[in-house]
Design a protein around this ligand. Sequence first.
Ligand code: BES
Ligand code: ZN
Length: 629
Amino acid sequence: MKTKNNIPSQLIALILAMTLFSQCNSHKANEPMNTVIKDNHSYANPSESIVTHLDWTAELDFEKHIIAATAKLTLDNTPQVKHVILDTKGLNIVEIKNQDGETLNYELKPEDPILGSALLIEIDPETTEVSITYQTTPEAEALQWLTPEQTQGKVKPFLFSQSQAILARSWIPIQDSPGIRFTYTAEVTVPRDLLPLMSASNPVEKNTTGTYHFEMKQPIPAYLMALTVGDIDFLPLGQRSGVYAEPSMLEKSADEFEGLENMIAAAEELYGAYRWDRYDIIVLPPSFPFGGMENPRLTFATPTIIAGDKSLISLVAHELAHSWSGNLVTNATWDDFWLNEGFTVYFENRIMESLYGREYSEMLAMLSLQDLKAEIIEISATNPADTHLKLNLDGRNPDDGLTAIAYDKGYFFLRLIEETVGREKWDAFVKNYFNTNAFKVMTTEEFVEILQRDLIDENTVGLDSTFYQQWIYGPELPANCPQPVSNKFDNVEKALSNWQENHDTVTLDSSYGSSQWSTHEWLHFIRLLPENYGIEEMTLLDDAFDFTNSGNSEIFALWAVQIISNQYEAGYPNLEKFLVHTGRRKFLTPLYKELIKTEEGTEMARAIYQKARPNYHSVAYNSIDALLK
Ligand code: BES
Ligand code: ZN
């Protein structure tokens, strides 16, 4: 068929389609510019100029603890643009050029202690690229440079980054806002005896040049930029998964993560295809400040989850789940952090249920509820508004939002919706939510809208506007919070009262099966011990179960609180070892808090901290500094 002027209609259709496609494409990674959401934790001006791609070239100096780099940023500008504004923190800017190699004027604004310094670069609408040549400082907050002694192998140095929430700007000048996504490539040069890895396509072994190339094809926010370098080896676990670690940790780590392919399959079965090609894990040195970090394609993990019996593997389920909740559908600002973490705890729990059964996942949910209740009591005393799911972190460090509220209140909120509408409807909704919002940002308000539009109608009893008001914008824990059920925990409670009566290990096993207990049952048991339990009682428990020498970090960290509160001296050497060796903040904070409750404890805390502090990442030592101040 021909149109009047003899152009084939197919051609017109093609031209039309191409025009439409190119229009969509120009803002491919991001929302149309006028809908960019205000982020109080970034100086960026995405509504005028937005970063869509990064080419990062870097050379690492392990003597000086400096990265010398060029960040070439591709920009998408509005016709009126005069500046692009980037986030930086402690960077030494050398020069800035445009795509034609012309030098650009810039201004580095005074540094805010939390947000860092805005970098204003003069551009015009035709500036498609800015190339920033710069150096990091040894104090760059995201980076921890480890001496050989601080590694497992003790021979070679190590480096890792931790960018979330707003520390990417301390090693890359970038628009450091979770609502701004970009693709990236990197060319990284390291000493020839070390291997670099990023949140991107990764090498599996060292080469002879020391220069490596990386590519992340899917657009990601800056908080997912990640780099680690060390004497690192790789073992495949399956077709699309594997594990990296220092040589001496590699076998153990591979054993612990043996079921990883099944876990990915279980996650996909629940909520749709894994969209990042590969899923690998790196087991970092013990100073890594978190349990895990969901860097795309390469989860960063603490070695404290390598328990030898796979008992702490739910952490991997958690980081894997972030490949959907967080990395695909991303909290628009840190005030919406619960959308990342609450969804992830929910998804983690479902993965664990499908792999290990409901009994198992209900134990996790019980522990989560206990954490939540304790956290609510603690936060309510000082900052009741911080118990709302939707936070207001304006003027504060987004780190303040890292509490059990986002994680566990978020989890129970979603679980309540599941229980109200039924699992089938809910799962279909969630799968569709991840799909239709993939590579997009999400605000709490938009989530509520989508929920109401796609899942909840007027007939859904109990899910009206008061419901959102209470759970999302209200304090504490609403009365309709779901209650997990765990027969195993009921059994542990009975076992404990029996133990209190007769201190008899034989009945503990014969009547309550303690020799078969999982880590989670032991955790419940230890959590239930009275606060000032007494040295004699602790000695009896130790004689029977040797908690003081437990190789399970979760069990030891909990027991260590008792060691402190009871001044149980038999536990002091291991307590000190643990605090000096481990930099995982979740373990450190409760222990130092417990120590500083007494005068002797405070003295002990200071003495230990003096030795321990050089081993901690800034995220950890900033928190502990504040405690001991
Ligand atoms: N993304 C978080 C860690 C994080 C959050 C770092 C905010 C910095 C700012 C990660 O997924 C996480 O939640 N880690 C937990 C794991 C646990 C809940 C299974 C951790 O590190 O303990
Ligand atoms: Zn998480």
